[in-house]
Design a protein. Structure first.
Length: 501
């Protein structure tokens, strides 16, 4: 259905794609594989009209096409769900879904009722229980991801590109998405599926196409291919997945939470956190799992001083009671947070890598009150090397890097503060398997050095691989607690399902 021939794309002297060739088949789920920076998202943006300027040819149903913008691509039958969410925060769900393709009545006025009804149908299909009138800003990242999927489903396109569609949604939402993909495949649509979660590809993909360093490496049928073979094709070498071998017998409580209650900002009768109590020990990796809306992100934000006015309960660091009125207070006490939404909360995308990394430690980079460019450069180079951030230089704009490398910048920025407690909310969202391994290794090294680490993740294998203990949350409460030896996927999922379901 769609063919890319000798596609080359360059950015500011950097070659993102070089002579890429690819074929996408109707009635198939075509998986695009590659590490962060391999060129997957760039290629998809060319196919969907985001980047109209490139070398090579794109053929759609045998005809050469060149789209000047995404609207032209949509009209030709190509829709894309972007990895980085492209929603307008202060518009409603319905307004975002119909933005640029609004429905009007016979008098030329907006037909808000028809748009709202259609939006509700899409939300019901995707099992997202929120009103079409809800502002995007009030949704969590996972819910926003579902809205992005709804936007793509609105158009009856022949080619649907899904760039990391499950990066922020839970297992139940993934199951709904897979049902929709199967229906699209049955309708003879060409589905393009990009994901770093290789287990998903074995469940849903028919074919694979591997990119490495901006070049096409190999393509073929998924049948008969193993997990290890795919990884080898992606990275060109064997990758051994890091796993926690055992905690260093942590016995010193580093962080203690007692009876944390958090009121909903719009409804004081409703609690987002209900009597949450736990300890985090020095040198421990504490994993927190829960379905969408369980309160995981709210818990980390609360510890980080973001919801002081709505919070009751007690926090202690090393047995001393603390009160954080702001994230600055939490940072001074030695707590760092890698937020769930790197694009909105973790980075200043228009600034370069060096500046983003140094923002949290400007006081330490001064000489006589002036910012030392040498110290700033040394700090950036330290973390670019330690975290293997793929960037032409520390002066590269953060917005020009892949999602995985942007995430590494956020982690670097947090580590630069030399925290005692590091909290990571979905730390490997949108990161390839090799980069994940590097993050896992880093987390375990930091724990071995004495840091207390809390990891929130929607990926059960990730939680099981690196955690010493696992807390499970549902509807704002802790509903289960397991040691690494006790924890299994079945036990965790059973505890994660709300009692009301």
């Amino acid at each position: 259905m769609l063919v890319a021939q000798n596609i080359t794309k360059r950015f500011a002297g950097v070659t993102a794609l070089e002579n890429v060739n690819m074929e996408l088949y109707a009635g198939k789920v075509n998986a695009i594989l590659g590490e962060n920076g391999a060129g997957k998202s760039t290629l998809m943006k060319i196919l969907s009209g985001v980047y109209p300027d490139y070398e090579g040819e794109v053929l759609l149903n045998g005809k050469k096409v060149n789209f000047n913008n995404p609207r032209e691509a949509q009209q030709a039958g190509i829709a894309i769900i972007h990895q980085e969410l492209n929603l307008v925060p202060h518009l409603s769900i319905a307004e975002n879904i119909f933005l640029g393709r609004e429905l009007v009545n016979g008098f030329g006025a907006l037909n808000r009722k028809a748009m709202r009804i259609k939006t509700q149908e899409l939300l019901d299909r995707l099992k997202l229980s929120v009103s079409p009138d809800t502002p995007i800003a009030d949704l969590k990242v996972g819910q926003q991801q579902v809205v992005e999927i709804a936007k793509a489903l609105l158009t009856d396109c022949d080619v649907i590109i899904m760039d990391e569609p499950t990066s922020a949604i839970t297992e139940s939402e993934v199951a709904v998405l897979f049902d929709i993909i199967n229906a699209l495949r049955a309708d003879n649509k060409a589905v393009v599926y990009i994901s770093h979660k290789l287990d998903e590809l074995f469940k849903i993909a028919d074919r694979y196409i591997v990119l490495r360093d901006g070049r096409t490496i190999e393509s073929g049928n998924m049948e008969g291919i193993t997990h290890d073979q795919l990884i080898h094709k992606m990275v060109g070498r064997e990758i051994k997945i890091i796993k926690r071998e055992g905690c260093q017998s942590p016995d010193k409580p580093l962080l203690t939470a007692r009876n944390l209650k958090l009121k909903h900002p719009g409804n004081q009768e409703r609690l987002l956190l209900k009597n949450v109590s736990f300890n985090l020990c020095q040198g421990e990796v504490l994993g927190i799992f829960g379905l969408m809306g369980a309160g995981r992100t709210e818990l980390l934000e609360t510890i980080f001083g973001l919801h002081k006015s709505s919070l009751t309960g007690e926090l202690q660091i090393c047995s001393s009671k603390v009160n954080f009125n702001s994230p600055a207070d939490a940072m001074h006490a030695g707590i760092a947070l890698v937020p769930e939404d790197r694009k909105r909360d973790g980075l200043i995308l228009g600034l370069d890598v060096k500046t983003n990394i140094s923002l949290t430690t400007l006081n330490d980079l001064q000489n006589a009150g002036w910012l030392s460019r040498n110290k700033e450069q040394a700090l950036a180079e330290k973390y670019i090397d330690a975290l293997k951030i793929k960037t032409p230089s520390s002066s590269q704009s953060a917005k020009n890097l892949s999602g995985g490398n942007q995430q590494k910048i956020v982690i670097a920025k947090c580590l630069a503060t030399k925290p005692r407690i590091l909290m990571l909310d979905e730390p490997t969202r949108g990161i390839d398997i090799n980069a994940k391994n590097e993050i896992y290794k880093l987390i375990l090294e930091l724990a071995s050095s004495g840091l207390g680490i809390i990891v929130v993740s929607s990926e059960l294998p990730e939680i099981l691989a690196i955690s010493d203990r696992v807390l499970v949350m549902a509807e704002g409460e802790i509903t289960g607690q397991f040691s690494a030896a006790e924890a299994t996927e079945d036990k965790i999922l059973k505890a994660a399902i709300p009692k009301t379901l």
